[in-house]
Design a protein around this ligand. Structure first.
Ligand code: ADP
Ligand code: MG
Length: 641
């Protein structure tokens, strides 16, 4: 056995987190116990699952339990489990390191927590519950042996920057965590965690549903049992007492469950420290039975749209966890949902692959999906404020459902909310938009772009706005994707204000046709000058105050999408635009006149550059050749001096 301990340093972010923990003003210090019990329960779940295919891991001991042992004199509390344990590598990877260290998000959150003193969000999002033990302990010692392995290890730290790791003996598999407790202090909310009743009440409050017995020693006075002794002299017996009811919460009737109980279970499965926004609990009966307990969290995890995000619900078969994150139980666009499914008739040792193809899993996914969408709709109808929170956090992923879940498209459509020209603050549904459509209006207009500011001021909306027609401002990158699967709503076509031709009205169209001949030479001239970037020059009724704008055809990528694609690997396509001119604008009529007077007028070439450049800027794109634009603009402006 290696007698020497090795001292290792925490990474910078872990160190910072521990510093915050130790000095935390977080009032509910007793949640450290919930976190350690939650980890113990996870470790037992893992062992139970792994032992299904490898009996040897049990080492002939099939007791699955969590123990709380105290030493009042030494002021220690030890939380032990007979779970899977950790190897040396696992200790270093899971206890000495934060998995998501090195991310900008973690750094941001650490900074935020440092200034506000609120660590709860930080912990929830980064899965660092273990460190909460440093809120109540000056020193923490962890001894662990992985099931099936012979070497055991001890990890010890005072949280100040380094930890020591050494090899030790440990006959029983699993993990024991000893906390060297800080003195009770009412100011900082630290209580006496060596007290049986204190522990018992914390467990009942936060960890009652844990599937394994949480056992503590209880002292009880009793009269002597041996005959002949003085009956009044009490003696103290110490006995094991199980603190939790162990009833899986999802097996209980919803009528008997308090929201607090639901919330505590949420914190256990999600590792989140904030309360969930909504709980969905149901039982499916019939030939294939299962219970589902699902949650809509209050906040989106920072990595919801990252590649590394791990979606999934916990899957149990007859109360035994068989998978921690089963992706197949949810469609990807609902990946923000947390919770569990407990199926009655799944084999315990089903493989991942078989699970994917399993008919039952498909059925569960369908039902769970419908249930979530119905719940969202109900929330929309009855508690719109709350729905707005959901939309703010998860709207982007819900929208993905339009392209991904054809079957439920009709359930998703009424859930979509958009900014609109109708109201500066309130969002609108497509249905409400249609309800407001003018008799003269045949299409649902929208414009995509980076922000409301850019879209709102776009010249493309001039004539539409003059007509009093409403425009949806689609300013989320995912909107472009959604639009590819959203051509119409309630029989009305969705039409981009920046694409194709806008049919404003018969009179205007007629007038435009009449002007065509008159402007033909100018249009041809501009085409020749701008051919590199412009595929067509035409007159339009789309504009009322601007001289010109750029559009793409109906089937082309919008400028917004083009920019997104170009930022991607290998760049995207570079499309030529259509330049549209407002034949009623003085600038355009003057150009026509000048050209009619002198087709070789050198000012015209520069004016063409400027008109094009301004239109590029108006759509939010970058000038293809700023130097050229600058020169031309200087020439044109030179005319006024
Ligand atoms: P989280 O539980 O969200 O992953 P924690 O900080 O609570 O974050 O725990 C970090 C990791 O340490 C766990 O994911 C697990 O791998 C390991 N761990 C913690 N406690 C135990 C335990 N009692 N037995 C085995 N592994 C544990
Ligand atoms: Mg944990």
């Amino acid at each position: 056995m290696a007698a020497t301990a090795e001292t290792l340093a925490f990474q910078a972010e872990t160190k910072e987190l521990l510093r915050l923990m130790i000095h935390s003003l977080y009032t509910r210090k007793d949640i450290f116990l919930r976190e350690l019990i939650s980890n113990a329960s996870d470790a037992l779940d893992r062992l139970r699952f792994e032992s299904l295919t490898n009996q040897d891991l049990l080492e002939g001991n099939d007791r699955f339990e969590i123990r709380l042992d105290t030493d009042r004199a030494a002021r220690t509390l030890t939380i032990s489990d007979s779970g899977i344990g950790m190897s040396r590598e696992e200790i270093i990877a899971h206890i000495g390191t934060i998995a998501k260290s090195g991310t900008a998000e973690l750094r941001d959150k650490l900074q935020e927590a440092g200034s506000t003193g609120d660590i709860s969000e930080l912990i929830g999002q980064f899965g660092v519950g273990f460190y909460s033990s440093f809120m109540v302990a000056d020193r923490v010692k962890l001894v662990t042996r992985r099931a099936g392995q012979s070497a055991a290890y001890q990890w010890e730290s005072d949280g100040s920057g380094t930890y020591e790791i050494s090899e030790v003996e440990k006959p029983d598999r699993g993990t024991s965590i000893t906390l060297y407790l800080k003195a009770p202090d009412t100011d900082t909310g630290i209580e006496d965690y060596t007290d049986y009743w204190r522990l018992s009440s914390i467990v009942r409050l936060h960890s009652d549903f844990i599937n394994y017995p949480i056992i503590a020693k209880r002292e009880r006075e009793q009269s002597p049992t041996t005959a002949g002794e003085d009956k009044s002299a009490k003696e103290i017996v110490v006995e094991d007492s199980t603190l939790n009811s162990m009833k899986p919460i999802w097996k209980r009737s919803p009528a008997d469950i308090k929201q607090e109980d639901y919330n505590e279970f949420y914190k256990h499965v999600s590792h989140d420290w904030t309360e969930p926004l909504k709980t969905i609990h149901f039982k499916a009966e019939g030939t294939f039975e299962y219970d589902a307990l699902l949650y809509i969290p209050a906040k989106a995890p920072y990595d919801l749209f990252y590649v590394g995000y791990e979606p999934g619900l916990r899957l149990y078969a007859k109360r035994v966890m068989i998978m921690e994150k089963c992706e197949d139980l949810l469609p990807h666009y609902l990946r923000f949902i947390r919770g569990i499914v407990d199926a009655a008739d799944l084999p315990l040792n089903i493989s991942r692959q078989r699970l994917q193809q399993d008919h039952h899993i498909t059925l569960i996914r369908k039902r769970v999906t419908r249930k979530i969408l119905d719940t969202l709709q109900e929330m929309f109808d009855k508690d719109y404020e709350k729905y707005l929170t959901v939309w703010g956090e998860f709207g982007r992923s819900i929208k993905e459902g339009i392209s991904a879940d054809y079957e439920n498209k009709d359930k998703i459509l009424p859930l979509l909310l958009y900014q609109s020209s109708n109201d500066a603050d309130k969002l609108t549904t497509l249905k409400d938009y249609v309800g407001r459509m003018k008799p003269s209006q045949e299409q649902i207009f929208y414009l995509t772009g980076e922000s409301r500011g850019v879209v709102e001021n776009s010249p493309h909306l001039e004539a539409i706005r003059d007509k009093g027609w409403e425009v949806l401002y689609m300013v989320d990158p995912v909107d472009e994707l959604v639009l590819q699967h959203l051509n119409e709503f309630e029989g009305k076509r969705l039409k981009s204000a920046g694409k194709g031709k806008i049919e404003t009205g018969e009179d205007e169209q007629k007038e435009l046709k009449e002007k065509q001949e008159e402007f033909k030479p100018l249009l041809e001239f501009l085409q020749k000058r701008l051919d590199e970037n412009v595929k067509q020059v035409r007159l339009t009724t789309r504009l009322t105050t601007s001289p010109a704008c750029l559009v793409v055809e109906d089937h082309d990528y919008s400028p917004m999408l083009e920019r997104v694609l170009q930022k991607g690997k290998g760049g995207g396509p570079k499309q030529r635009r259509v330049l549209e001119l407002n034949p009623n604008h003085q600038l355009v009529t003057r150009m026509r006149e000048r050209q009619a007077g002198n087709a070789e007028d050198p000012l015209l070439a520069n004016a063409a550059e400027v008109v094009f450049g301004l239109a590029v800027l108006a759509e939010g794109s970058e000038l293809p050749d700023p130097v050229r634009f600058n020169k031309a603009a200087t020439e044109v402006l030179g005319q006024i001096v």
